[in-house]
Write a protein that binds this ligand. Structure first.
Ligand code: NAD
Length: 433
């Protein structure tokens, strides 16, 4: 099949590479010229494990091309995937659909034969109806169907998740479009469920799923607070809970709160929709407020540790919103650092993948270290904010030599308390005494 993908970001690029690997001819279009120039010239613009290799392979095979020219991506395509951003509106926090509607308007005139226009972006209920109207108005003779095809990949595992989806949800009111999508995903038919539902149900499934996962994270963070007071260990509690198949072990790691480009905006968008429909979803409202408070509390814990140390130097390990990605959008690390900077904190940070993206957000407000030990050098306190596996294997004797005051705040529960206290460290983690 010929596939056109609009938007070459964290969703569009891995999806395009994955679909090319399945043998399709994929044309990715983005309006950012620099991004497309890099991709045209063999440079992957984001980090995802395994992406680079597949990208190079499919570029070389001629199945994967990049352009800023919408017509090249759309005309003759069997399926057009819309994968542009849906950021939160700065005032109302509802999903801002201006990129979606601009993409629909731009693609409409280039539709040639019958085309399935599938929305991969996370969009509020009813957006599919609006996309359909926009295309119909712009190009009354076009033969097309608009479906919802929500994306469930996890950043950091995008390539893995493309090839091993838990489920494929197709929100379609058209049998013809459904058959095209079934054909596209035929390689997965033995290993996953392809669920066909109405377009509105599909749009709701995506938000309801993300909001549920965000609530799960917030729940375990509340339980972590409880454990600290009750003398229990949240890691043990989470393990015991997760063994219950009705609960499951995932998203039960207590930490700094949820972040990233999806959960914060999607919970806000879902809450907004609930309010607009006259049915506020109070669990989600509480989760949003609680998550905001969590990050402030984490910053307060750090400030409390250094309040007696003049000009304390704070070493930070981890800037990305989670391990496996260079994405710092809505990273809890950014919020916590932002809070510390309000108190004139002196910060040196290191992240294995996200130094570039963090620097775009933080500029010269902090110092950047070349490796994890340099970030800890002469630090009065070392704070772990992202769960990169290499932090768990840190050489504690080296740290002990490097640090000024031996204080570690491990917000990802990665280090071993006994080993640290034996070496004279003051150590705190979350949800454990
Ligand atoms: P992104 O910001 O990384 O990428 C979006 C890209 O679209 C940008 O490169 C932008 O330049 C491009 N774009 C915008 N308007 C365009 C237009 N008219 N023509 C061509 N290109 C255009 O965004 P993302 O993280 O890939 O997210 C995309 C959507 O997928 C969002 O709705 C998001 O909620 C959803 N989603 C994201 C993830 C994730 O893990 N990032 C997971 C599931 C769903």
């Amino acid at each position: 099949m010929k596939i056109g993908i609009i938007g070459t970001g964290y969703v569009g690029l891995p999806t395009g590479v994955g679909l090319a690997e399945l043998g399709n001819t994929v044309v990715c279009v983005d309006k950012l010229k620099d991004k497309i120039d890099s991709l045209k010239h063999g440079k992957v613009t984001l980090y995802e494990e395994g992406l680079e290799e597949l990208y190079q392979k499919n570029m070389a095979a001629g199945r994967l091309t990049f352009t800023t020219n919408m017509k090249k991506a759309i005309s003759g395509a069997d399926v057009v995937l819309i994968a542009v951003g849906t950021p939160p509106h700065p005032v109302t926090h509802e999903a801002d659909l201006s990129f979606i509607y601009a993409a629909a308007t731009e693609l409409a005139e280039y539709l040639t034969d019958y085309t399935v226009v599938a929305t991969k972006s996370t969009v509020p209920v009813g957006t599919g109806d609006n996309i359909e109207k926009i295309i119909r108005t712009k190009n009354p003779t076009a033969r097309f169907d608009v479906i919802s095809l929500p994306e469930f990949l996890r950043e950091g595992f995008a390539v893995h998740d493309f090839f091993h989806p838990d489920r494929i949800v197709v929100g379609s009111n058209s049998k013809k479009a459904t058959e095209v999508i079934k054909e596209l995903y035929r390689p997965f038919q033995e290993k996953t469920t392809l669920l066909v539902v109405s377009r509105r149900s599909s749009e709701t499934i995506k938000y309801a799923s993300n909001a549920f996962l965000a609530m799960k994270i917030h729940y375990i963070n509340e339980i972590a607070n409880f454990c600290e007071k009750a003398g229990a260990d949240v890691s043990e509690v989470a393990k015991g809970m997760g063994l219950d198949s009705r609960i499951g072990p995932k998203f039960l790691n207590a930490g700094v709160g949820f972040g990233g480009s999806c959960f914060p905006k999607d919970t806000m968008a879902m809450a907004f929709m609930g309010r607009m429909l006259g049915t506020p979803i109070e669990l989600i409202e509480t989760t949003i407020a609680g998550n905001k408070k969590r990050k402030k509390q984490m910053a307060e814990r750090i400030l409390d540790e250094v309040k007696e140390i003049p000009n304390a130097k704070i070493g930070v390990w981890g800037l990305a919103f989670k391990n496996g990605t260079d994405d710092c959008r809505q990273s809890p690390a950014m919020d916590i650092i932002g809070e510390l900077l309000l108190h004139q904190a002196n910060i040196t940070a290191y992240d294995p993948k996200a130094m570039g993206t963090a620097c775009q957000l933080l500029g010269d407000k902090i110092d950047y270290a070349d490796d994890m030990y340099s970030a800890a050098k002469e630090a009065d306190v070392l704070v772990i904010l992202t769960e990169w596996p290499e932090f768990a294997n840190a050489d504690l004797d080296v740290l002990s030599q490097l640090m000024n005051h031996k204080i570690i705040i491990d917000f990802r529960n990665m280090l071993n308390k006994d080993k640290l206290t034996k070496r004279g460290f003051k150590y705190q983690s979350v949800g454990r005494v």
